[in-house]
Design a binder for this molecule. Sequence first.
Ligand code: ADP
Ligand code: MG
Length: 324
Amino acid sequence: MGEFALIEEIRRRCAVARDDVTLGIGDDAALLQPRPGSELAVSTDTLVDGVHFPAGTAAFDIGWKSLAVNLSDLAAMGAEPAWALLALSLPAADADWLSGFCDGFAALARQHGVALVGGDTTRGPLTISVTVHGFVPPGAALRRDGARAGDRILVSGVPGEAAAGLTCLLGSALLHAAGPVDRDYLLERLHRPAPRVALGLALRGIANAAIDVSDGLRQDLGHIAARSGLAAVLVADALPQSDVLLRAGDADQRLRWQLAGGDDYELCIAVPPARVADAQAAAADCGVVLTDIGAFEDGEGVRVVDAAGGDVALPRSGWEHFVA
Ligand code: ADP
Ligand code: MG
């Protein structure tokens, strides 16, 4: 397979039709029609073999995840995804690998109506760089700098499950009671994150600030706090749990997964107390649970406390991947 056969294969397998694409893959540049009156939200994220996914990860999962992490960024802005670019560096022109990769990428692209409109294909160490574009009404984007003192901190889903999945993958004996069904579930959470696009759209006009949780909840919450000039107080006991997570690890390990583990791609948001019920109802309409895990206050940094308000001693990180 030469470069042009590779590109043709990508074009064929990842086709998603959109009216706002005048000219897609095949020319020197794509021609696109931005939505009149909208702001364009643009974001890019790169996945590197052995850094962002373990060597040996299935091609389908790499394709899925390379788009998912980007759509998650649009979700965190409250933007509606439209177009993607794909820059691929491949060690070899492996038709089977490419086919799996395209299937994973296309499966998620179709779910969200995202058109792949161009990219670049080169030979080199396996690296996947995706750029996404989406629309948001002017001034309506969910930014990191909009939190106010008194806002509640809400998080979607169950952060920590992807990190538990990575622990499964690394075959750690520390994963004490996860049976095969639990393992499959946790691995799915690691390899096929569902970007919270509908939730991000539903939270426009409700949330004051948002971030997607990609690098660990504590660190990502810290970004909202820093950009908003506030302190975040996170109640460890309020963190949402799942039966699978409860079976997978003891309290210390779960806290480490939930606060310092990455790859959740959940949304963490700041919501005025009077709008928490609205946020949770909007999330329920999207089939997502939003849990209240704390509040912003004057000050700086992230403090993790127990239900009584005492500081929680954070367990030391056990894996290099999770060093916060
Ligand atoms: P050029 O040399 O002019 O940059 P290329 O040969 O790199 O053109 O690309 C040809 C066409 O294929 C362009 O439209 C480009 O956007 C598209 N393309 C190349 N690689 C990819 C890819 N990995 N995914 C999607 N489109 C691609
Ligand atoms: Mg090129």
